[in-house]
Design a protein around this ligand. Structure first.
Ligand SMILES: C[S@@+](CC[C@H](N)C(=O)[O-])C[C@H]1O[C@@H](n2cnc3c(N)ncnc32)[C@H](O)[C@@H]1O
Length: 490
């Protein structure tokens, strides 16, 4: 397997799919046996051709049933069918050379054939390739995962055209384009990040899948990440290009090694699923209700906030920070107290650099030394010597409220780190909730220290390495407010 350079991974999303995954995608999509004959199939991000080679192997097996492999005439017919029905698109010209060479070698060294087809591989940006639109029986692939900030202007334009907002990742656009390539009733099977199950930028895709296609199968690979890239958690998605009927049934598994089970979805759940892809047969499972919970009557609700953002924790948090413009600090992820350089007054307003110079010599000297690094942060129009965001600053000088700090990475409830902090403590690397009543915060803590909450976190499905799950401040707020409302209504 070729070595992928960092640039190729970042800009082109070049990471190759292991054969066992390819086999599962093709099998479960029905691209097998005689079903492959005279069916147009494409890998629209062909890379070095892993999928393409497997298409050809399957085609050969079906085509030569009862036929003489050594007959040159029949080999010619086979080559012609491959040229007609197997397609590839790839943006990187080097990969195209590799694919052609691999196919040639397969025909000569593996099949012992004399006739080698001239395979149809287009060197192009798939999003702009129109020649295969609505012509494919099958679309497969492991589309590139490329974050918004690395998207080309052209691709960003396509995102806009498709009403996609938020941090659009290239793979989302490949879903839209792949669907466009299908004939009516054609089938698409992709392996992609599973983040489209819940991201805001994935909402349009979830809606399209639920309203314009028939979802056949979802395999969420969970913590079983088949790629070396540690922080990409993937899912296989298979759908048919025809709107779902009234009764919706799909196959679902939350683990590659588990057999998929049949799930039925009611029409009423479609709207909730548009907000969050989550599938379960359990009638008592209220996950979708919690995760789509909204405050309808604008009543007073609990706010869960993100801790302070300095973008230079190495500078601002320091056990020995003392004197004026320093404050007690607490790292929620490790449950450790420390101190912070905190250039704010009692109202949470930023102080002048000259005041720091006058009242805290150590702080000022350190600032002088690290000025170039501090200036290099993303600062959003804030002074170079202060925190990177305003979030929380005013909360951390409030003397009237208590603060409950919460970490945001757990395997189960034993990993939850929660603590009610003394007033005027800077919280970072986690979330916090503030309230005048310590008793109230204690009750919130009890609510989160339940199996209910850790199960909810697992179902959110935001995988992290080492078997961990993460969650956002909004996720925590939804859980608490849903539960509080449930308690009130009982
Ligand atoms: C994750 S790799 C997958 C390769 C292959 N499908 C596999 O599974 O082994 C993604 C491939 O998409 C290609 N690619 C990236 N952007 C593309 C674009 N806009 N159009 C076509 N191909 C693109 C990359 O060069 C890379 O080879």
């Amino acid at each position: 397997m070729p070595n992928n350079s960092e640039n190729e991974i970042k800009k082109l999303g070049k990471v190759y799919t292991p054969p066992y995954i390819i086999a599962r995608i093709l099998d479960d999509s029905g691209y097998k046996g005689n079903n492959v004959l005279q069916k147009h199939v494409v890998d629209n991000s062909a890379g070095d051709g892993e999928f393409l080679l497997e298409f050809i192997r399957r085609y050969k097996k079906a085509f030569f049933k009862g036929k003489d492999k050594n007959n040159i005439q029949i080999q010619k017919e086979f080559a012609l069918e491959i040229e007609t029905y197997v397609h590839g698109i790839e943006i990187n010209p080097d990969s195209i050379v590799i694919i052609k060479d691999r196919i040639k070698k397969m025909f000569i060294n593996e099949f012992y054939f004399e006739i080698v087809p001239e395979i149809d591989i287009k060197q192009n940006d798939t999003l702009f390739e129109k020649s295969l639109d609505e012509k494919m029986d099958y679309v497969f692939g492991n589309p590139p995962y490329v974050r918004r900030k690395n998207l080309s202007d052209d691709d960003a334009y396509i995102a806009k055209e498709n009403n996609m907002s938020g941090m659009v990742d290239l793979y989302l656009l490949f879903f839209i384009k792949g669907k466009k390539m299908l004939k009516p009733n054609g089938v698409l099977g992709y392996i992609t990040p599973n983040s489209y199950f819940y991201t805001q930028s994935g909402e349009r895709l979830r809606q399209i899948i639920l309203t314009e296609t028939t979802l056949l199968e979802i395999i969420d690979m969970g913590h079983n990440n088949p790629f070396k890239n540690a922080d990409t958690y993937t899912a296989i998605t298979i759908f048919k290009n025809t709107p779902m009927g009234k009764k919706i049934k799909l196959k679902y598994s939350d683990d590659f090694d588990k057999k998929s089970e049949k799930i039925s979805i009611s029409q009423e759940d479609i709207e909730k699923l548009t907000k969050y892809f989550y599938f379960s047969n359990d009638n008592n499972d209220n996950f979708l209700d919690i995760v789509t919970y909204e405050n309808e009557d604008n009543s007073e609700e609990i706010k869960v906030k993100n801790g302070a953002a300095s973008n230079a924790d190495w500078f601002f948090y320091f056990d020995d920070a003392k004197g004026v413009y320093t404050q007690r600090a607490y790292k929620a992820s490790t449950a450790k107290f420390t101190r912070a350089y905190f250039p704010y007054d009692d109202n949470g307003d930023v102080v002048k650099l000259n005041d720091i110079k006058e009242y805290n010599h150590d702080f000022f000297e350190k600032l002088k030394i690290d000025r170039p690094n501090l200036e290099n942060r993303s600062l959003q129009k804030r002074n170079w010597y202060e925190f990177a965001r305003s979030q929380g600053i005013k909360d951390f000088v409030d003397t009237k409220v208590f603060t409950l700090a919460i970490n945001n990475l757990i395997k189960d409830k034993n990993d939850l780190k929660m603590k009610i902090l003394p007033k005027k403590t800077v919280v970072y690397s986690g979330f916090y909730i503030q309230n005048k009543s310590k008793t109230f915060l204690n009750n919130i803590m009890k609510l989160l220290q339940t199996d209910d909450f850790s199960e909810y976190v697992k179902k959110l499905g935001k995988h992290k390495s080492g078997g961990y799950y993460t969650y956002s401040s909004v996720d925590v707020a939804r859980f608490i407010n849903y539960k509080l409302r449930e308690g009130k209504n009982e």
